[in-house]
Ligand binder design. Structure first.
Ligand code: PGA
Length: 258
């Protein structure tokens, strides 16, 4: 049994109106209640953060943002900051999702600044890394993924990195219905932990939760979560309905209790 508490995180991406967000949050909060053996967070669109926070009141479900800028405030039209995320009640923020890297030009350097800024404000970054299909087929998976992890944590020691969460999300598995085989996920998760141990020290590396993301669903969650270094899941499509997300939460509870 690992001492790392599993984390099941829902990434709602650009889905759900205010009313729909509240409804989904209500269903998840009523399942989780005052707490389960695994931690649960949900990541609604920015315009629903405050409403979802209200809906989650009294439950142990945490609130995550999907992105932030690294500055606290200023002339940055359209951006959010760690200060504002904290103000609205976010304990977590997804950073460096492959959609942001691919569609919105996010770079390793920007990702690093965002991770550092969130940590200063005690918002837990969920740092996403992952290789493309071409990179996997060219045998570059570990180089790419470990390079992203290194770049995002450069200059930050174990104390500064504290509660950082990493999500390994192979790009070819996101929203495609294609999941990494459990043993392939384990290979990458194990390699990330080993590299973190080299770079930042073993005891911190041992404590870091590494989530898997990419077409996680009720039918594959248990197998993925049975891997020794898979400490939870970052769930997109299947986080949008309680019928799919709640069984994944329950798989997280089983991992915690195994
Ligand atoms: P998916 O998305 O579960 O729909 O594949 C995961 C993610 O992009 O975080």
């Amino acid at each position: 049994m690992t001492s790392r508490r599993p984390l099941i995180a829902g990434n709602w991406k650009l889905h759900k109106t205010l009313a729909e967000s509240r409804e989904l949050a209500r269903a998840i909060a009523s399942h989780v209640g005052s707490g389960l053996a695994c931690e649960v967070v949900v990541g609604p669109v920015a315009t629903s953060l405050a409403a979802v926070k209200n809906t989650l009141a009294g439950s142990a479900v945490g609130l995550a943002a999907q992105n932030t800028h690294w500055e606290d405030s200023g002339a940055f039209t359209g951006e959010l900051s760690p200060v504002l995320l904290l103000d609205v009640g976010c304990g977590h923020c997804i950073i460096g999702h492959s959609e942001r890297r691919q569609l919105f030009g996010e770079t390793d350097a920007g990702v690093r600044k965002k991770v550092a800024a969130l940590l200063v404000h005690k918002v837990v970054p969920i740092l996403c890394v992952g290789e493309s299909l071409e990179q996997r087929e060219a045998g570059q998976t570990l180089d790419v993924v470990l390079g992203q992890v290194e770049a995002a944590t450069e200059g930050l020691d174990a104390v500064a990195l504290g509660p950082l969460v990493i999500a390994y999300e192979p790009i070819w598995a996101i929203g495609t219905g294609r999941t990494a085989k459990a043993e392939d996920a384990q290979e990458v998760h194990g390699a990330i932990r080993a590299r973190l141990a080299e770079l930042k020290g073993e005891s911190w590396a041992d404590s870091v939760r590494i989530l898997y993301g990419g077409s996680v669903k009720p039918s594959n969650a248990d197998e993925l979560l049975a891997q020794p270094d898979v400490d939870g899941a970052l769930v997109g499509g299947a986080s949008l309905s309680p019928d799919n997300f709640i069984p994944i939460i329950d798989a997280g509870v089983r991992r915690a209790e195994s």
